[in-house]
Design a protein around this ligand. Structure first.
Ligand code: AMP
Length: 281
């Protein structure tokens, strides 16, 4: 049976008993408004652990735009029933005052610039907010493994760096992006798109596929320019489209054996991101 927990003390006592019986804990942090992308992660966590904890917390600290925070979809009731349907053990609704205490905040460590590129450049302070909340949640849950989606590729890179630098005793697991049948990456923010906008937003996936298809055959700069023109000719407002080294996230300006295309664009008021590896691994 799924337990709903809001107090860290209740969470700790439940998990303490489980861990003292040698049970492993898989943890999936979310901001709710759950979709199949979240559920794919939850299923993986369930397969690999004795207990699964899913947190739902819309973290104001990682929003650099207060309107985006206010308009972020919130569906606690339906989220809860989806998670019950998946057989999740604990749905944790943390309280802000218990999260951001002095001892839960990460001590200073270097993200080696990973937090100021791409999303970090467009959304100053975003990754500071992400690191703070995930670190605090790790302190509360103390999971064996924690699961994140590659839809937020840079977030995974930043959190891996945090875990490494702070030597946190948790294994991070990255889960592939789940897409709608037509290719649109699932996102809670898609709920704010009209049917017509969802069709228009497909340009992001199509452009990533275009890059992947032509990457080995077309000169780097020419290909990138064509891909940008593709988005500029749509109704979306391009924020960035870059081909980067997936390790460092530094922009590439020539062909590289490992390359990741990252895109961010506004569809109406809604900011969407997506990414794709350009060379099969
Ligand atoms: P969010 O609720 O947006 O904070 O997302 C919670 C987790 O789900 C994060 O690790 C995201 O990267 C992941 N996620 C969101 N959308 C997708 C998707 N379409 N496919 C896979 N993972 C996703």
């Amino acid at each position: 049976m799924t337990q709903q927990i809001t107090a860290v003390s209740a969470l700790a006592s439940f998990l303490h008993k489980a861990k003292s019986r040698g049970q492993t804990v898989g943890f999936v942090p979310t901001m709710g408004a759950l979709h199949e992308g979240h559920l794919a992660i939850v299923r993986k966590a369930r397969q690999e652990n004795n207990l699964t904890v899913v947190s739902i917390y819309v973290n104001e600290r990682q929003f650099n735009n207060s309107e985006d925070f206010l308009k972020y979809p919130r569906h606690e009731e339906s989220d809860l029933s989806l998670l019950q349907g998946e057989g999740v053990d604990i749905v944790y609704f943390p309280q802000t005052a218990e999260l951001f205490t002095q001892e839960n905040l990460p001590i200073n460590f270097s993200l080696n610039g990973l937090d100021v590129l791409l999303e970090g450049a467009s959304r100053p302070g975003h990754f500071k907010g992400v690191v703070e909340v995930v670190h605090a949640l790790f302190m509360h849950v103390q999971p064996t493994k924690a699961y994140f989606g590659l839809k937020d590729f840079q977030q995974v890179a930043v959190l891996r760096k945090m875990v490494k630098e702070l030597q946190l005793p948790v294994e991070l697991v990255a889960v592939p992006t789940v897409r709608a049948e037509n290719g649109l990456a699932l996102s809670s923010r898609n709920q704010r798109l009209s049917e017509e906008q969802r069709q228009e937003a497909l340009i992001l996936f199509k452009t990533l596929c275009f890059l992947k298809e032509h990457y080995q055959k077309t000169p780097h700069n020419e290909l990138l320019a064509q891909a940008k023109a593709n988005i500029h000719s749509s109704s979306l407002k391009l924020d960035y489209l870059e081909i980067v080294d997936p390790e460092t996230l530094i922009s590439l300006n020539e062909h590289h054996p490992q390359a990741l295309a990252c895109v961010a664009a506004f569809c109406g008021e809604v900011r969407l991101i997506d990414n794709m590896l350009l060379i099969a691994q």
